[in-house]
Design a binder for this molecule. Structure first.
Ligand SMILES: Nc1ncnc2c1ncn2[C@@H]1O[C@H](COP(=O)(O)OP(=O)(O)OP(=O)(O)O)[C@@H](O)[C@H]1O
Length: 279
């Protein structure tokens, strides 16, 4: 569990960025947590505080009951609990060949080569990119690079995975594959925290949300309650997902996902009825 207790953070002393944020992540059984908010609300800054790359100006963060410490060996230990994938994959790709890059952090942990090979192949399989294992990274597409960056974190077997804008630069097919990957990872017990402006994607994949605005936590709750609060979404310049709009404007049930809607026979019946009436 990650307990964030009244943290404040500033890059410059006169300009507070995170203001008295408290969250208990992983307390209940939500698997995928969404952090949403307008540009500059502090989402990435919060992520960097969670992985110890930034230190709160005041307040504290506890991971499994232990307060984060900032010595090198403590931060290495923390990486085994919380891994982060940045918005820009180039920020965390260091080697020119896929398999070498994915293995990078494992060499730092001084794991035996056999174990490294196993973990690398396993992560590449999970991400469906085993076929590019020996390819130079410079020839990969943006979507493939994103997968390589995620593989480089998955090999650490961290309990928590932080994904900052995981759909940035991905086409619709890449976005669907990313949603499927997140779903698959959570089935295997991975805990995930995502920050994104893509509300349709977030609604599909996350169970529980925190909304930040100007560095303050202004709302939290299960996805239905957060996305039915039109006023707060409007105040934070956030879109309502299309499935929530269908519910509100057409009085359809509130479907948790596109596939739930498509498989709902009642909807199909309604559509058939409408088309019969039109004829
Ligand atoms: N290295 C830095 N030095 C000074 N200020 C920074 C730095 N990084 C971010 N900021 C400022 O901190 C605030 C929060 O930025 P942050 O990137 O955390 O927001 P965000 O919610 O992730 O934004 P976005 O949705 O645009 O990615 C912004 O005002 C930003 O300008």
């Amino acid at each position: 569990m990650i307990e964030i207790q009244h943290i404040n953070f500033s890059y410059e002393t006169s300009k507070p960025i995170l203001k008295n944020i408290s969250m208990n992540l992983g307390k209940t059984n939500e698997n995928v947590i969404g952090i949403i908010g307008p540009n500059g609300s502090g989402k990435s800054t919060l992520f960097l505080n969670l992985v110890g790359m930034l230190k709160p100006t005041s307040g504290r963060i506890l991971v499994d009951g232990q307060e984060i410490k900032y010595r090198k060996q403590d931060l290495n230990r923390l990486r085994k609990k919380i891994g982060i994938v940045f918005q820009n994959s180039d920020q965390q790709i260091f080697y020119s060949i896929v398999k070498d890059d994915v293995a990078f952090a494992l060499h730092n942990l001084r794991l035996p080569q056999e174990e490294i090979n196993l973990r690398v192949n396993d992560a590449l399989k999970k991400l469906d990119i085993l076929q590019i294992r020996d390819k130079p990274i410079q020839y990969l597409s943006g979507g493939q690079k994103k997968r390589v960056a995620i593989a480089g974190i998955l090999v650490l077997h961290s309990e928590w995975l932080l994904l900052d804008e995981p759909t940035a630069g991905l086409d619709p097919d890449g976005q669907r594959r990313m949603a499927a990957l997140i779903c698959q990872l959570t089935k295997n017990g991975q805990k995930i925290i995502i920050s994104s402006h893509n509300m349709d994607f977030m609604y599909e994949v996350c169970d529980y949300f925190y909304i930040l605005k100007k560095g303050q936590l202004i709302k939290s709750g299960r996805k239905e309650s957060v996305f039915l609060d039109e006023q707060t979404l409007w105040d934070c310049k956030l879109n309502q997902p299309w499935l929530v709009k269908l519910h509100e404007k057409l009085n359809l049930p509130l479907y948790p996902s596109e596939s739930a809607l498509l498989t709902d026979l009642k909807v199909k019946e309604q559509l058939a009825k409408i088309s019969r009436e039109k004829e």
